[in-house]
Design a binder for this molecule. Structure first.
Ligand code: COA
Length: 200
C-alpha cells in the first residue's frame, strides 16, 4: 500500500499542479470522458486551498502523487451543487461534500479507495458540524456509444462505504466531452451518508 497523506487548507496549494494532472488523466476515461484543461483544473483545486476546512487525501508512489480524493463543506461549493439541497429542504451547512476520488489505474484494487473514504469521513466528523456526507456521480445513458462493454459501475463499492443513491437529488455540471467541440450539460446523481451514527 502506498503512503497516503492528508493535506488541509493552504497545505493543499503546493499539490495543485500534480492533482490537476491526475484529474485530467483519470477523468478522460469512462464514464467522465472529460476533455479538461490544466488552467481550469488548477483554479478548481485552488478553491479547496482557499478553504480552511477542505482536505485532500493523497496517495504517493515515492515522491509522485498517484491518486487524490477531496472534501470540503458543501456550503463552499458552487450554486449548482448546493441548490438541489436547498430545494429539497436540506441545510447545506450540515453537509460535507466529497469532491472526487481519482487514482491511476495501476494502483487500483489495493484498498487505496477505501482509505480515501475513511480519511475523508474522519475529517468530516472531526468538525462535529456535519450530519451527512454527499458526493455526486455522472449519469450516462445505457446506450451511450462510448460505454465500454465491460464497464463496471462503482455503485457496489459506494454502497459498501455506507452511501446510498438519493433518489431525486441531482445537479447539472458542464464540461467538454472527448470528441466534442463545446461543453455540454451532464446529469449528476447524489449519493449520501448519515454521519450521526458511530463511525464504520
Ligand atoms: C474510485 C477509485 C478511487 C477506487 O479506488 P481503488 O483503490 O481501486 O478501490 P479499493 O481498492 O480501495 O477498493 C476496491 C475493492 O477492493 C477491496 N480491496 C482490495 N485490496 C484491499 C486492501 N488491501 N485493503 C482494503 N480493501 C481492499 C476493497 O475492499 C474494495 O472492495 P469492496 O467494495 O467489496 O469493499 C478508483 O476506482 C478510481 O479512481 N476510479 C476512476 C475515477 C472515478 O470514477 N471516481 C469516482 C467518482 S469521483
Amino acid at each position: 500500500m502506498p503512503e497516503i497523506t492528508t493535506a488541509i487548507g493552504d497545505a493543499i496549494l503546493p499539490h495543485v499542479p500534480a492533482l490537476a494532472r491526475l484529474r485530467r488523466i483519470v477523468f478522460r476515461d469512462w464514464p467522465y470522458l472529460y476533455d479538461g484543461s490544466d488552467a481550469y483544473e488548477a483554479e478548481y483545486i485552488a478553491t479547496y486551498a482557499r478553504c480552511p476546512q477542505a482536505a485532500l487525501v493523497i496517495a504517493w508512489d515515492g515522491g509522485e502523487a498517484v491518486g487524490v480524493s477531496s472534501c470540503l463543506p458543501l456550503l463552499e461549493e458552487t450554486a449548482n451543487v448546493t441548490a438541489p439541497f436547498r430545494a429539497a429542504g436540506l441545510d447545506p451547512a450540515r453537509w460535507c461534500y466529497f469532491g472526487e476520488s481519482v487514482l491511476l489505474p495501476a494502483y487500483r484494487g489495493q484498498g487505496i479507495g477505501v482509505v480515501f473514504f475513511e480519511r475523508r469521513e474522519a475529517h468530516a466528523r472531526s468538525f462535529g458540524a456535519y450530519d451527512h456526507a454527499a458526493f455526486c456521480a455522472v449519469q450516462r445513458p445505457d446506450d451511450h456509444p462510448m460505454r465500454p462493454p465491460d464497464a463496471v459501475p462503482l455503485d457496489g463499492f459506494w454502497r459498501r462505504r455506507g452511501f446510498a443513491r438519493r433518489a431525486g437529488l441531482t445537479c447539472t455540471m458542464h464540461w467538454r466531452d472527448l470528441g466534442h467541440t463545446n461543453e455540454t450539460d451532464h446529469l449528476m446523481q447524489f449519493w449520501t451518508k448519515d454521519l450521526t451514527g458511530d463511525a464504520a
